[in-house]
Design a protein around this ligand. Structure first.
Ligand SMILES: Nc1nc2c(ncn2[C@@H]2O[C@H](COP(=O)(O)OP(=O)(O)OP(=O)(O)O)[C@@H](O)[C@H]2O)c(=O)[nH]1
Ligand SMILES: [Mg+2]
Length: 420
């Protein structure tokens, strides 16, 4: 199970608006009829029913939605670009990665069908009919399409299970999961048989819950030893834990304390999760003999443990029923554990403009105007007039006046320059 992956996404660019004029018999220039460009497609991340890993994103890293097409004559709209839908498993947390390597939270996609738009397609540019006014019937300007948003996105998969089964390697976690659910994890006498978390559904009458084996917890796990950090993160999203210890370990109680210490060192929230401590392998003769000693040691540590044999099934049903009872009372706060308070919210781009004074020029940054293109037949006076009316519409005029502009001062916006 791949835990996280970084991809780059690019929404489609908007198509260009067109400068066009109707051709009519005997009329050299008919009315303006340049079509608008189509909007670019957006990139959407959605939980797919049958997706259970992020593996496919390891191969391909760059994803683009479709571009919008340019407008045509006769007010024909350009076709819009296709959205790109990237499917991910439920339990995927989506982050925005900035250029400094900081990650900001975008969304937590928990359930099938949950989705989030991560890069918005550029809007199509306006064709010249949009610039018609009572005094300018034949405008020679149109607007280029807006570029699609482009971001770096981090997908993090957090296994969602109600119950996490933790414990040292080889204590019988897979055996318990196999005994209590339909899952068929590999079981073997060697430690580290399970190298990825495995999920199974436990059914008790009409009720059910999801239980997951979390492998690889050893001393130093919080530092990345064993199978490392990755699986500790999955535990964050379980509601309760079954902490399995093995009766035939030399020191089951110390094993338990060691694992708890790793939880604590990784994240205090993990150490606060409710645990059902469970002693396994009580069918073994050697374990039977030392049972009372182990119980005493456990009580000494303040723990009342369940006694089971995952191999024979003894005590497993009782353990599952207790897990179910505990789940019903478990807090619903699990989701917020480990999720950040910094949230990434893209700015509505067109709302942003700025005015700077560079030398004796006023330099405007107004994305919407920078995309204006002048046709061959555009006169300087028409351009100036159009720009002023757009500046007025966008409220930039006021900002210019505030900045102290006087008639005759030079203004520059993108490729266009004119006088106030
Ligand atoms: N006698 C006996 N053996 C058991 C019991 N539970 C598990 N085992 C054995 O213990 C060994 C390890 O079992 P697993 O279920 O693979 O243990 P695990 O905790 O999943 O181990 P890893 O995935 O390697 O961390 C296997 O040989 C099992 O057959 C039990 O209740 N009694
Ligand atoms: Mg296992």
């Amino acid at each position: 199970m791949l835990d996280w992956v970084k991809i780059s996404v690019k929404a489609g660019d908007g198509g260009d608006g067109i400068i066009g004029f109707r051709r009519e018999k005997f009329v050299p220039f008919g009315g303006p009829d340049g079509g608008d460009g189509g909007n670019g497609g957006s990139v959407i991340i959605r939980v797919g029913e049958s997706v259970d890993s992020l593996r496919k994103y390891r191969q391909k890293k760059r994803y683009s939605a479709g571009n919008g097409l340019s407008g045509g004559g006769n007010k024909k709209h350009g076709r819009r670009g296709q959205d790109l839908i990237l499917t991910v498993p439920s339990g995927t947390v989506v982050w925005h990665s900035d250029t400094d390597g900081n990650n900001m939270f975008i969304a937590d996609l928990e359930r099938s069908g949950d989705e989030v738009l991560v890069a918005r397609g550029g809007r199509g540019g306006w064709g010249n009919p949009h610039y018609v006014t009572s005094t300018k019937q034949a405008p020679h300007i149109a607007q280029r399409g807006e570029p699609g948003e482009e971001y770096s996105i981090l997908l993090e998969m957090r296994l969602i299970a109600d119950v996490g089964v933790i414990g040292y390697p080889n204590v019988g976690k897979s055996t318990l999961l196999a005994a209590a659910s339909e899952a068929k994890p590999k079981i073997d006498v060697y430690p580290f048989t399970t190298i990825e978390p495995v999920r199974g559904v436990v059914e008790i009458g009409q009720e059910r819950f999801v239980m997951a084996e979390i492998p690889g917890l050893v001393k130093g796990a919080h530092l990345g030893r064993g199978l490392g950090h990755d699986f500790l993160r999955h535990i964050l999203r379980t509601k309760i834990l079954i902490h399995l210890i093995s009766g035939n370990s030399g020191s089951p109680v110390e094993d338990m304390m060691q694992v708890n210490k790793e939880l604590y060192l990784f994240d205090e929230a993990l150490a606060r999760k409710q645990q059902l401590v469970t002693l396994n392998k009580i069918d073994l003769p050697g374990v039977k003999a030392s049972l009372s000693g182990i119980s005493d040691a456990l009580s000494g540590a303040g723990v009342k443990a369940f006694m089971i044999s995952a191999a024979t099934g003894q005590g497993v049903n009782e353990l599952m029923s207790e897990a179910m009872r505990m789940l019903e009372g478990a807090t619903k706060e699990v989701k917020s554990v480990g999720l950040p308070d910094k949230v990434f919210r893209p700015q509505p781009r067109e709302a942003v403009f700025s005015v700077r004074k560079v030398g004796d020029e006023f330099v405007l940054s107004v994305p919407e105007l920078e995309r204006l293109v002048a046709g061959a037949g555009a006169s300087t006076s028409e351009l100036r007039w159009q720009l002023n009316s757009q500046l007025h519409r966008l409220g930039v005029n006021k900002a210019l006046e505030k900045a102290g502009i006087k008639p005759g001062d030079k203004i520059r916006c993108g490729d266009l320059a004119w006088e106030w």
